[in-house]
Design a protein around this ligand. Structure first.
Ligand SMILES: Cc1cc2nc3c(=O)[nH]c(=O)nc-3n(C[C@H](O)[C@H](O)[C@H](O)COP(=O)(O)O)c2cc1C
Length: 404
């Protein structure tokens, strides 16, 4: 299906024979061979419909497991298996290198006891300030709180490896060696997100096959170095290990820039929040469509580690003068998860002030997310624009040749 659309793109005649060949297979890198995909566009999403749609369209969908219990994850992966038409896909887990209780046998109850009373009071105080009621009878907050710990993520890995996944991705630190070994035994490649050259080197030492170099402008957890600076530094540091560029990539021009910087493809997240297939809360979708590039904040309010998200009354409260300060991972998420569930629930009511608090992790690319489109159209346009960008670059060489 995807190839039919790609070939339907009206193309300008290629100025050089090499480029003509490249245009038939517009964006081919070694990752296309590695995974049997048409284009090296990797898409992170917590929404199974988006993951399956990206893989069906010739890219590579990766399901974020963080929000799911092991039972839910099993159901999501079963659904993807049934809807992905045999195309490859992956799973992303979060095994932070540092968190409260790391290295100990720790239960949810143990962690709950580590949340200070002043943080619980602050959460209630902010909810009160915006008149956010409790959840209706029979509703509860998220159940997957331990997915932020190694023990929780390991049980997700157990579930994931029972499915025909082709890639296991880890965020926030090198995955433990036994996890890398088990993935490899199953024929599954391992990728990891990093925000600095030092972190990239550690991941390669841990046996990771693909580095996702994620710049400052990215949605979700993000470091201090921008994509433009990070990607070439990481490519040079870990060569020949393939690198995916992440952070601020939502168009073919940005994808072409990533490949020019030495990346073997792109890893994208934010752009999928506003596609037709996405399950994003409609109130949040409206906010995303209206937001500009300056409407995000890198705040610790979500998880305790800096994560880029929509700037809201909630992020401002945590970063403001009355804040008790954020807690280390996973305590911040635990202290706020019920509140966030309440905010999301009540934001659906037109007059609720929960709308001022409701947010979403998203990167600076949000400024370009101005319409709702189906997944295949986003990919189709990215390829079209990539081809245009490459032709324009090639034209700069032709111009130089003409002058010589
Ligand atoms: C809503 C949202 C949730 C995210 N959650 C995770 C996550 O659970 N695990 C992870 O590895 N990355 C997560 N990320 C980061 C993405 O994997 C990706 O690195 C990032 O979105 C790339 O930058 P971009 O947003 O500019 O495309 C998340 C990003 C967004 C937008």
């Amino acid at each position: 299906m995807f190839y039919f659309q790609a070939q339907a793109i009206p193309r300008r005649p290629a100025p050089f024979p090499g480029l003509a060949a490249a245009l038939e297979d517009p964006v081919r890198t070694r990752l296309c061979e590695m995974f049997g995909i048409d284009v090296p566009i990797f898409a992170f999403s917590h929404c199974r419909d988006v993951v399956a749609a990206v893989s069906r369209a010739g890219g590579f969908g990766v399901l974020g497991a963080l929000a799911f219990t092991t039972e839910q994850l099993e159901l999501e992966l079963k659904w993807i298996d049934e809807h992905v038409d045999g195309k490859p896909y992956g799973v992303d887990v979060v095994m932070p290198v540092t968190y409260a209780g790391a290295g100990q046998e720790i239960t949810k109850a143990d962690l709950e006891k580590m949340i200070p009373e002043k943080h619980r009071k602050f959460v209630e105080e902010v909810l009160g300030r915006y008149d956010v009621p409790p959840l209706p009878e029979g509703h509860s907050g998220p159940e997957s709180l331990l997915a932020w710990t190694h023990a929780g993520a390991r049980s997700q890995v157990d579930v994931a490896l029972k499915h025909p996944i082709k890639l296991l991705v880890n965020a926030l630190g090198p995955p433990p060696k036994d996890v890398v070994d088990r993935a490899h035994e199953h024929g599954v490649k391992v990728a990891a997100l990093i925000g600095s050259v030092e972190q990239a080197r550690k991941q390669v030492e841990a046996g990771v096959d693909i580095i996702v170099a994620s710049g400052h402008e990215a949605g979700g957890h993000t470091g201090e170095v921008t994509t433009m600076v990070l990607v070439p530094d990481v490519v040079d540091a870990v060569s020949p290990v393939p690198v995916l560029a992440a952070g601020g990539i939502g168009s073919g021009r940005q994808a072409a820039a990533a490949v020019a910087l030495g990346a073997d493809g792109v890893w994208t997240g934010s752009i999928w929040l506003t596609v037709e297939e996405s399950d994003t809360n409609p109130v949040v979708t409206e906010k995303l469509l209206r937001a500009g590039a300056r409407d995000t904040a890198r705040s610790r309010s979500l998880s305790g580690k800096p994560a880029r998200q929509l700037k809201t009354a909630w992020t401002e409260a945590w970063d403001g003068p009355d804040s008790p300060g954020t807690l280390p991972m996973p305590l911040q998420f635990m202290a706020t998860s019920d509140a966030v569930a309440r905010i999301n629930r009540w934001a659906a009511s037109p007059k609720s002030r929960a709308r001022e608090l409701v947010g979403m992790p998203v990167g600076q690319i949000v400024g370009r997310m101005n319409e709702v489109r189906p997944v295949h159209e986003v990919i189709f346009r990215m390829i079209d624009e990539y081809v245009d960008a490459v032709q324009r670059l090639d034209g700069t060489l032709a111009a130089a040749e003409g002058k010589a």
